[in-house]
Write a protein of this length. Structure first.
Ligand code: FAD
Ligand code: NAI
Length: 463
């Protein structure tokens, strides 16, 4: 007889959600976690601490950058570095403790330690072996290293995102390698707090995978804020000295090399799945060429009884994708129907303004067929104008024949919140006309979605 109906390896947003839902479904459930606290990358060293610093640094810049003056308010601000870090740590602790509470409440056993397979239905954690009818792999991902740039978070010169969340002081010059989500978010934090920030990106534009127009316009806005963005540039070497580091840069297309001095270098060139030390071969599992565990529509691997979710599987490495897969896998294991619509997974970059999208980019939609596009600038939105915060726009991409919404892109202070409406509309199969005919409260930023939908047929009211 098995010890458990389900064992989940990893307690990130994928694993902890799967564990809670499995227990809710009446299954005897355990979750293995090798970290001291539950919640995985997201709660401990990812989404939550980064958003804590983004929020605090944004408040600081509102005051120190003189932004309040335009509202007739004068104030001054200074940074208490220890207080800033303590406030971030408090948010993390509150949420990770919360998962421990939810495990107790739902009677999920937390097996503390590193799990490795012994067979397809048993794992080893420390000296103990545990068996289960079903095993879910939710081991997440870690930083992709850059050869020649050895990360040492304790030293604090060449750091990854974890190091960049806990720098001992505001660096004079922070050089970010990789103009993706982590580089732009954490680059924004330290720039707002006073660092000079240079982002070195190999490709000719930042934020690969996002809509072309949003990539271009967000780069313009971030540059205007003082972030230096060097696209089409590769880092060919990083040497650390007594203090700081010297980077060697070359144009990606070839050309003369140059050097760049940095106090701190953040390596943020992507993340890779965590499968080391799992002994997957003992369970009969193999990895795909990208090192991921392949799953089918039900999140099942090719070995019956073994499932996989979250960052360790193909698809965007996002907490909400992992969470939805956690619910779906636990429902499938319980004999219900679990389903994730991978075509409608929003993504948000929490810079200022925020950058958000769901569905197809304009480029991808065009490749699939004829489209209609409606755009609306926040410059014409009454609430954004009143708040003197008019950067950005909404773009709605619809099928030219059926009017079904294929993608929505938003650049705005509230883009991360506004994109939820677009995701719901797309999940319900809405047309742009459905959005245009939905009453939106006035005065709100959300009215820009309605106006962009009206613009799909060429009849927006306010432009
Ligand atoms: P993880 O959260 O990585 O959790 C996996 C857990 O498994 C880890 O705790 C690990 O210790 C444990 N584990 C691994 N192997 C074993 C083993 N063999 N035995 C026992 N335990 C094991 N996403 C967003 O959607 N929004 C954001 O704002 C956001 N911000 C981010 C900011 C940063 C700086 C970073 C690094 C990431 C961010 N992400 C964000 C991405 C998000 O954190 C991941 O997509 C998400 O955590 C993936 O969840 P997961 O459950 O698949 O894995
Ligand atoms: P990323 O994939 O978003 O960006 C990496 C960038 O580095 C790319 O633009 C790439 O072209 C560039 N690059 C790669 N090699 C390079 C090199 N040698 N020199 C210069 N540039 C190079 O990866 P990132 O930022 O590390 O984030 C990892 C994951 O974490 C993302 O996939 C994202 O899904 C997740 N994340 C999500 C957040 C959110 O949802 N707000 C926040 C932070 C992370």
């Amino acid at each position: 007889m098995s010890d458990y109906d389900v064992i989940i390896i990893g307690s990130g947003p994928g694993g902890y959600v799967a564990a809670i839902r499995a227990a809710q479904n009446g299954l005897k459930t355990a979750c293995v976690e090798s970290r001291e606290t539950l919640g995985g990358t997201c709660l401990n060293i990812g989404c939550i601490p980064s958003k804590a610093l983004l929020h605090a640094s944004e408040l600081y810049e509102e005051v120190s950058g003189g932004h309040l003056k335009k509202f007739g308010i004068t104030a001054s601000a200074s940074i208490d570095h220890a207080g800033l870090m303590a406030s971030k740590d408090k948010s993390v602790k509150g949420l990770t403790d919360g998962i421990a509470f939810l495990f107790k409440k739902n009677k999920v056993d937390w097996l503390k330690g590193h799990a490795s397979f012994e067979s397809k239905n048993s794992i080893k954690v420390g000296d103990e072996t545990h068996t289960a009818k079903n095993i879910v792999i939710a081991t997440g991902s870690s930083v992709t290293p850059l050869p020649g740039a050895e990360i040492d978070n304790a030293k604090g010169v060449i750091v990854d995102s974890t190091g960049a969340l806990s720098l001992a002081k505001v660096p004079g010059h922070l050089v970010v390698i990789g103009g993706g989500v982590i580089g732009l978010e954490l680059g924004s934090v330290w720039r707002r707090l006073g660092a000079k920030v240079t982002v070195v990106e190999y490709l000719d534009q930042i934020l690969p995978g996002m809509d072309g127009e949003i990539r271009k316009d967000s780069a313009k806005l971030l540059s205007k804020q003082g972030m230096e963005i060097r696209t089409g540039t590769k880092v060919t070497g990083v040497k650390t000295g007594k203090s700081g580091a010297t980077l060697t840069l070359e144009p990606a297309a070839g050309g003369a090399a140059e050097t760049l001095e940095a106090d701190v270098v953040l390596v943020s060139i992507g993340r890779r799945p965590n499968t080391d030390g799992l002994a997957l071969e003992k369970a009969g599992l193999a990895l795909n060429p990208r090192g991921q565990i392949e799953v089918d529509h039900y999140l099942a691997t090719n070995v019956p009884g073994i499932w996989a979710i979250g960052d360790v599987t193909p698809g965007p490495m996002l907490a909400h994708k992992a969470e939805d897969e956690g619910v779906a896998v636990a429902d499938n294991i319980a004999g219900r129907t679990g389903y994730v619509n991978h075509d409608v997974i929003p993504s948000v970059v929490y810079t200022m303004p925020e950058i958000a999208g769901v569905g197809l980019t304009e480029e991808a939609a065009k490749e699939k067929g004829e489209i209609k596009v409606g755009r609306f600038p926040f410059l014409a939105n009454s609430r954004a104008k009143t708040n003197q915060d008019t950067d950005g726009w909404v773009k709605i991409i619809a099928d030219a024949r059926t009017d079904r919404v294929l993608g929505v892109w938003i650049l705005n202070r509230l883009a991360g919140t506004l994109i939820a409406e677009a995701a719901l509309a797309m999940e319900m199969g809405a047309s742009s006309e459905d959005i245009a005919l939905t009453c939106h409260a006035h005065p709100t930023h959300a009215e820009s979605l309605k106006e962009a939908a009206m613009a799909v047929t060429g009849k927006p009211i306010h432009i």
